[in-house]
Write a new protein. Sequence first.
Length: 313
Amino acid sequence: EDVDIPSRRVLITGATGLLGRAVFKDFNENNWNAVGCGYRRAQPRFEQINLLDSIAVHDIIHDFQPHVIVHCAAERRPDIVESQPDSASQLNVAASANLAKEAAGVGAFLIYISTDYVFDGTSPPYKETDVPNPLNLYGKTKLEGEKAVLENNEETAILRIPVLYGEVERLEESAVTVMFDKVQFSNKSANMDHWQQRFPTNVKDVAAVCRQLAEKRMLDPSIKGTFHWSGNEQMTKYEMACAIADAFNLPSSHLRPITDSPVVGALRPKNAQLDCSKLEMLGIGQRTPFRAGIRESLWPFLVDKRWRQTVFH
């Protein structure tokens, strides 16, 4: 259904990141006037805004007057959050609270991106109404961010999502794509976590969900509150690595499944599967099959160029 709002405007934070780029692209290609902001990698494509600078945030929101703000910017690496708790809390909580307040000031619909890590992973699948119990500081800061945005703006949507992958600029941008080198260099064995159950989710799908949610909201002001979205293929990192190998016809015998729970780094939930039926009942969502999505994301990083020629020519 077409929503007839002249020049629908959306502001995307973290537009230089893996998810933010996909969100910007999706809105942009679907007749929204999209402005992205970033910090370190912003120029020339995006506005350079430090989200901790409340005056700069106020100014861009009041100048642009967005109908929708999608807040993708976050410190999302659990081990970094543990080692830099103050700066992570500033970005994940304080900046989010301020954005929510500014969104309320111009009547913008805020979509705050949260995480499955707000749950402890002991009794999946998790509905939006289930009580969060984050195991690590990353999950705690994102949960505090959820509370902070709702306190400052009850017209907000919170969208919890799991581990993401997609078209990366560097393999390290995603916990899924970062495994590609271990898969490709089969001359040495690689230990892969085979304990934590994950649901790899393509950023293009999350971007489509954000836009569909925004468009539904333009028609129906009751669209708000907490939502879950996730891919529906359950895999450990070991299984993802094997699927990546399979997608590129590469050997996987050098990959070794480790079934113990990891002892280093931030605690991770064993299985924080998200129940997505609330969005599905609204007719919102799309899912890219993992093998198709991962092939599209990773083929530019393939070392053996001969394979590219056979597949793409």
